[in-house]
Design a protein around this ligand. Structure first.
Ligand code: CA
Length: 512
C-alpha cells in the first residue's frame, strides 16, 4: 500500500504535469504586429483627429504608449533588419532598399535566440527582406512588397501561391490559423507583418468611401518652400509633382496593364471600379486648376491612406478578440509598431526617409498584463534597436552584448534611472527612389542636428520646442554656436558608440 506522503508526492507530480498548470507556468507569448509606413499622425492614441483607431488605442489603453519612439533609418527593409537584430544598418549589412543589397540571414536574430530558449517562432505576412527567413520555425510571407488584392504568398516549400481576399484580412486569417494549430506546450513568438499602409494605399472594397464626407485640414507646412534647407528643396517626393495619377491617385486606372489592379478579381472589380470612376470624374472636373488640383490630390491621398489603415486597425481588433476568446490574452504580450512613420502632407510630402519628425517617429504601443500598468505613457526616447532586447527581456533571455539597443522593461516598470538623452540616425539611400540626400543626425529632447552628405554637404539645426514643423534651419545663425558645438560632440560620440565608421570619417572631414 502506498504511504500517504508518497501518494501526495504522486498527486503533486500529476498536477504539475497537467496542461493547465504548464500553461500557467509558461513564459509569456510575444506577438508583434508590424505594419508598414503607418504614421503616428494617423493613430487616435497619438491624438490624431484624422481617424479613429480603436484596435491600436486598445493596446495603448490596456498597456503603454511610447510618445517618443524613433527609427535608426526611415526606410522599409533596413528597419526590418533592425527589428530582427537590435542593430544599426552598418552592422546588419542592410543600409538601404537597393537591388544589390540583401539581408544575411545567418547572423544573430531575435527569433533564433528565442527559439534556443524554447520559444516557437513564426513570421506571417509582409517580410520584405530579399532573402527568405532564417531561424523562424514557421513562416508564410508576401514576396517583396506583396499585393493588396488576392496576394501571393511564399510558403516554406518555396512555392508562391495566390490566395483570394484582401491582404490585411488574409494575413490575419493565416496568423490566427497558425495560433490555432501551433504546439501549445511551448510559448510563442509571432510577428504579423502587414503590407498596410504602404504605397499605393489600395483600400479594401468595404472601406471605399469611408472618408468621403471628410475634408482633411492641410498641415501647417503643406506649402513649405524649403528655404534654407537644400536637401528638402531637392527631394522628389511631393504630392504635387511626384505622386502618380494612375497608380497613386487611381485616376484612369488601367485594369489590364497595371498588375496591381489586374489582380482585382471579377467579383471585386465592379465596386472598386465604380468608386474610382467617380474619382476620375472629380479629377477631370478640376484638372486645369493647379491650386484646386493640389488640394484635391492631398484629400484623395488621405482618403486612400486612411482607408487602407482602417482595414488594418479592424484586423488588429480581430486579433485582440481572438486572444480574449482563446484564453491567451492574459499571458500574451502584444506589441504594435511600424517600420517607420510617414508624411501625410507635411512639407507637401508623402513617403519617409528624412530625419524630420514625421518619418523619424514610428508608432509603438504594447500590452503586457500584470507587468505594464494600463494607461502607462513613456516619454523617454526609444529607438527601434530597443525592440529585440526588450523582447529578450520579456522572454527572460540574456541580451547578447553586441546588440546595440537597450531593453525597455525598466522604463515600463519605472525602475530606470538612466536612459539615453540623445538618439542617433543614419539614412543612406540615394538617389533612388525619392532623391533624399544621405544624412546622419542626432536628436535630443529639444534639438536636432543633421549633416547631409553625398551630393552636397549641408548642416541643419532645429529647436523643436519652438519650431515643431521644422521649417526654420538655425544652423549658422548667431546665438546658436554653443548649442551647435555641443550637438556636434554628441553626434560624434554616438557615431563612435555605435561604431559607424563611415560617419566617423565624415565627421573627421568636418573637423570633428
Ligand atoms: Ca516602410
Amino acid at each position: 500500500m502506498m504511504k500517504v506522503a508518497s501518494y501526495l508526492q504522486y498527486l503533486f507530480f500529476l498536477i504539475l504535469n497537467t496542461p493547465l498548470f504548464l500553461q500557467a507556468q509558461k513564459r509569456p507569448n510575444i506577438l508583434v504586429i508590424f505594419s508598414d509606413d503607418h504614421a503616428q499622425q494617423a493613430i487616435s492614441a497619438y491624438g490624431s483627429k484624422l481617424m479613429q483607431t480603436p484596435g491600436i488605442d486598445r493596446i495603448a489603453k490596456e498597456g503603454a504608449l511610447f510618445t517618443n519612439s524613433f527609427v535608426t533609418n526611415s526606410i522599409c527593409a533596413p528597419s526590418r533588419a533592425v527589428l530582427l537584430t537590435g542593430k544599426y544598418g552598418h552592422k546588419t549589412g542592410l543600409i538601404d532598399n537597393g537591388p544589390n543589397r540583401s539581408f544575411d540571414g545567418s547572423q544573430q536574430q531575435v527569433q533564433k535566440l528565442l527559439g534556443a530558449a524554447g520559444y516557437q517562432t513564426a513570421w506571417i505576412g509582409k517580410w520584405h527582406l530579399q532573402t527568405l527567413p532564417v531561424g523562424f520555425q514557421y513562416w508564410h510571407i508576401l514576396p517583396g512588397q506583396g499585393q493588396y488584392y488576392n496576394p501571393a504568398f511564399i510558403n516554406m516549400q518555396n512555392d508562391t501561391l495566390r490566395h483570394e481576399g484582401y491582404a490585411t484580412d488574409v494575413i490575419t486569417d493565416f496568423s490566427l490559423q497558425w495560433l490555432d494549430q501551433r504546439n501549445k506546450q511551448q510559448p510563442f513568438f509571432m510577428v504579423i507583418g502587414h503590407k498596410a499602409s504602404h504605397r499605393e494605399w489600395i483600400p479594401d472594397t468595404k472601406d471605399l468611401g469611408e472618408f468621403d464626407n471628410v475634408t482633411f485640414p492641410l498641415p501647417p507646412n503643406f506649402y513649405d518652400q524649403y528655404e534654407g534647407r537644400r536637401a528638402a528643396a531637392e527631394q522628389d517626393m511631393t504630392i504635387d509633382k511626384t505622386m502618380r495619377l494612375k497608380e497613386d491617385l487611381k485616376v484612369h486606372i488601367d485594369y489590364e496593364k497595371n498588375l496591381m489592379f489586374r489582380r482585382i478579381s471579377a467579383s471585386q472589380r465592379p465596386a472598386f471600379k465604380a468608386y474610382y470612376d467617380k474619382v476620375t470624374d472629380e479629377y477631370e472636373a478640376i484638372k486645369n486648376d493647379p491650386e484646386k488640383l493640389l488640394v484635391w490630390k492631398y484629400q484623395r491621398y488621405m482618403k486612400d491612406y486612411l482607408s487602407t489603415a482602417r482595414s488594418m486597425d479592424r484586423n488588429i481588433e480581430k486579433v485582440l478578440h481572438y486572444l480574449d476568446t482563446s484564453g491567451l490574452a492574459s499571458n500574451t504580450i502584444v506589441i504594435y509598431t511600424s517600420d517607420q512613420g510617414f508624411y501625410l502632407g507635411e512639407h507637401g510630402w508623402f513617403d519617409k526617409r528624412f530625419m524630420y519628425e514625421e518619418s523619424l517617429r514610428t508608432p509603438l504601443v504594447m500590452r503586457y498584463p500584470n507587468q505594464i500598468k494600463p494607461g502607462t505613457v513613456v516619454d523617454d526616447m526609444v529607438v527601434n534597436i530597443d525592440l529585440t532586447p526588450t523582447i529578450l527581456q520579456m522572454a527572460g533571455c540574456d541580451i547578447p552584448t553586441d546588440i546595440q539597443g537597450a531593453g525597455m522593461m525598466p522604463l515600463l516598470t519605472k525602475q530606470q534611472a538612466e536612459w539615453r538623452k540623445a538618439m542617433y540616425y543614419h539614412y543612406y539611400e540615394y538617389p533612388q527612389d525619392h532623391r533624399v540626400a544621405p544624412h546622419i543626425g542626432v536628436r535630443t529632447q529639444r534639438h536636432k542636428l543633421i549633416l547631409f552628405y553625398g551630393p552636397f554637404v549641408s548642416w541643419e539645426l532645429y529647436d523643436l520646442s519652438r519650431d515643431a514643423t521644422e521649417v526654420n534651419n538655425l544652423y549658422g545663425k548667431p546665438g546658436y554656436e554653443k548649442m551647435t558645438a555641443m550637438l556636434k560632440q554628441q553626434l560624434k560620440q554616438l557615431a563612435a558608440q555605435y561604431e559607424d565608421t563611415m560617419a566617423i570619417d565624415l565627421l573627421k572631414k568636418e573637423g570633428l
